[in-house]
Every structure is written in structure tokens, then in C-alpha cells.
Design a protein around this ligand. Structure first.
Ligand code: PPE
Length: 332
């Protein structure tokens, strides 16, 4: 954090920071997986490109270069001795002045890493999840830009998620303001219809997901045609398969939408084939044709120098798959 490793409990910001009052933060969610050659980060370049793009939209000039941030991410994983983890780089406006204009507030960057289990439940990848269509719409065009991954956008996601959970569902799917299918609170969405994959286009207010892009590429390799086109809500009910994609959610099948059974009511063959291709790739069992894996060297001078780095008492959440580590890192 601010260029140094900071123990988890000391990673604080001032209550007057602009981000607290106005949601001024852009961030990424990246996963690092265990491969036979050691830990490797999946599509680091694409995630960092999106981080810089998000920052550009909001006039946030990051005080660190791409190379410095990449180096800091590797180092943070190393010193925490993690084999697989979730990585959260976040750039936010700190304390400068209060008032909407952010330009006098410093841009700060922190990198958090922690172990994060299955996002929508341990069984979800095989059994599928029960979801609803939210009464909340996704961000309207020309209001909050959906292509930027910003903290503020997740207030909309929270409305979608909490209403779904309180209604007994695992997740909610939002429609765009035209009434077409957009995405989940934290995932992109695909349907399978008559052997074709269809996913909403960017104009349906979706985040340009990196897992979405990965699935489109893998589908090409498997010979499955993919269309990006607007989907009416009812297409979800009559699809052969529906699934979510995301860094956290990976490829999660959906077995019911609004209590209607989708297809056979469990993971379908297309989702299964894509999951296999996906996990073979990210866990290093198939050839990394696109250079999507960035290895994390397991020994480093830094890790040795910080040999006493120890698990801390708290972490970002309490689910069983989540461990707690006490080092945060910003670029040095
Ligand atoms: N849409 C939204 C709204 C979204 O938050 C994500 C990722 C995606 C699509 C998929 O994007 P990608 O990860 O690049 O494939 N959501 C992240 C945060 C989840 C969270 O609860 O925090 C994630 O999956 O890491």
C-alpha cells in the first residue's frame, strides 16, 4: 500500500478520503492458479489493461507504471507464500478535499491478495445455481459507464445481489434499461440455444469480462458458434443452457431462472465442455497458446527477506475457502 508492504490490520485510509464519500475507485479482480510449474496468474495483462482503461475514463492518473504494478502483484503473492489466490488491485482517490471534484485528491493504489473459494458455492460448478431476474436494471448508458470497473457501479450490483439473496436465490440477473438481458451482479452471462452460444453485447451495459472473452475464444476452439446479440428476458427460460462467467464465478451453470427449470436443470454439455477447456488451461494442463499465464516465481529475495511474514488475524470475509493474510503491497 503506497509503495510498501503493510500488515493487514494497518492498511487504513482516512475517513475523509474522496473514495468513501463519492465511490471514486477503480479495481480489478484477478485469479492466480496452481499449475504443475507453480502459481500462475491468469490473463494479468488483460486485467491490467482494463484497470488502466477504467482509470482513464475517470481522469485518474495512476502513480505507478504498468510494469511496477505487475511487479508488485507478483511480489505480494510471493511474500504471502500463496499457491493460488484472488488478487484485487484497487486505485482510489484519497484525502485531498471534500466536494465532488476529484482532481485535487491523490490517486492511491493498493493490492490485496487472499485465497477465495468458489464464488457461488462449492456445489455450483457442477449442480448449477438458482437465480432470478432482478427488478433492478443494470446501469443505463451514459450514466455510470459499464465498461469501467468502478466501486460506484457495485452499488447497483449490491441492489441486484441483496434482493436476489433475500428472495432465496443465489444471484440476480439484471436487464438493461431497454429490457434486454444484461448480466449478473458480478458475472457475465451466456445462453446456449440450438448449439450456439449467445451473450449480450457491450451495448447491453455489460462489463467487458475477461472470462467472457476467454469463453468466446475457447468456444471457437471447440467449434461452437458464438453470437453477441441482445437477448429478451424469456430467452433465459427457453434456453438449453444458461451460465455465468467471471473471474470469481469462473464458469457457473444456472439451473433455474425465476423458478423455471433451464434445460435439464443441471450443468449442460456445452458448459461442461467449456469448463473442462477452461480449467485445463488455467491450471496448466493444456498448452497456453495465447500466453495467458504469468508464472509467479516461488523463490525471491523479497520472500526470503520477509521470511517472517505471517498469516494475520482477519481477512476480507468469513467463508471457509477464504484465508487471511496480513500483507498488502503497493508498487515499490
Ligand atoms: N460483470 C460484472 C458486473 C462483474 O463484476 C464481473 C467480475 C464480470 C462481469 C466478469 O468479468 P471478468 O472477471 O473480467 O470475467 N466480477 C468480479 C468481482 C466479484 C466480486 O464479488 O467482487 C470478479 O469476478 O472478480
Amino acid at each position: 500500500m503506497n509503495g510498501t508492504l503493510v500488515p493487514w490490520d494497518e492498511a487504513r485510509i482516512h475517513v475523509g478520503a474522496h473514495v468513501i464519500h463519492y465511490g471514486s475507485a477503480v479495481f480489478e479482480g484477478i485469479r492466480c492458479y496452481t499449475t504443475p510449474e507453480g502459481p500462475a496468474i491468469f490473463r494479468l495483462d488483460a486485467h491490467m489493461e482494463r484497470l488502466f482503461n477504467s482509470a482513464k475514463v475517470y481522469w485518474m492518473e495512476l502513480p505507478w507504471s504498468l510494469e511496477q504494478l505487475n511487479e508488485a502483484i507478483l511480489e505480494t503473492i510471493q511474500v504471502n507464500r500463496l499457491q493460488s489466490c484472488y488478487i484485487r488491485p484497487v486505485a482510489y482517490r484519497g484525502f485531498g478535499q471534500l466536494g465532488v471534484n476529484p482532481l485535487d485528491c491523490p490517486v492511491e493504489v493498493a493490492i490485496l491478495v487472499w485465497e477465495w473459494g468458489k464464488y457461488l458455492g462449492a456445489e455450483a460448478l457442477e449442480q448449477g445455481v438458482d437465480v432470478c431476474v432482478s427488478s433492478w436494471n443494470r446501469l443505463a448508458p451514459n450514466t455510470l459507464p459499464a465498461m469501467a470497473k468502478t466501486a460506484a457501479n457495485y452499488m447497483n450490483s449490491q441492489l441486484i445481489k441483496v434482493d436476489a439473496v433475500k428472495g432465496g436465490f443465489v444471484e440476480g440477473i439484471a436487464l438493461d434499461t431497454q429490457g434486454f438481458v444484461s448480466e449478473g451482479s458480478g458475472e457475465n452471462l451466456f445462453i446456449v440455444s440450438k448449439g450456439r452460444l449467445i451473450t449480450p453485447p457491450l451495448v447491453s451495459s455489460v462489463l467487458p469480462g475477461i472470462t467472457r472473452d476467454t469463453v468466446i475464444t475457447l468456444a471457437g476452439r471447440l467449434g461452437i458458434p458464438v453470437d453477441e446479440k441482445a437477448l429478451p428476458r424469456e430467452a433465459l427460460y427457453i434456453a438449453d443452457e444458461v451460465f455465468f462467467t467471471g473471474t470469481a464465478a469462473e464458469i457457473t451453470p444456472i439451473r433455474t431462472v425465476d423458478r423455471r427449470t433451464v434445460g435439464a436443470g443441471r450443468r449442460g454439455p456445452v458448459a461442461e465442455a467449456l469448463q473442462k477447456a477452461f480449467f485445463d488451461l488455467i491450471e496448466g494442463r493444456s498448452e497456453d497458446e495465447h500466453g495467458w499465464l504469468t508464472p509467479v516465481p516461488t523463490t525471491s529475495a523479497v520472500a526470503e527477506a520477509l521470511g517472517e511474514a505471517r498469516p494475520g488475524p482477519r481477512g476480507p470475509g468469513g467463508d471457509s475457502g477464504m484465508h487471511i493474510y496480513d500483507l498488502l503491497k503497493m508498487a515499490s
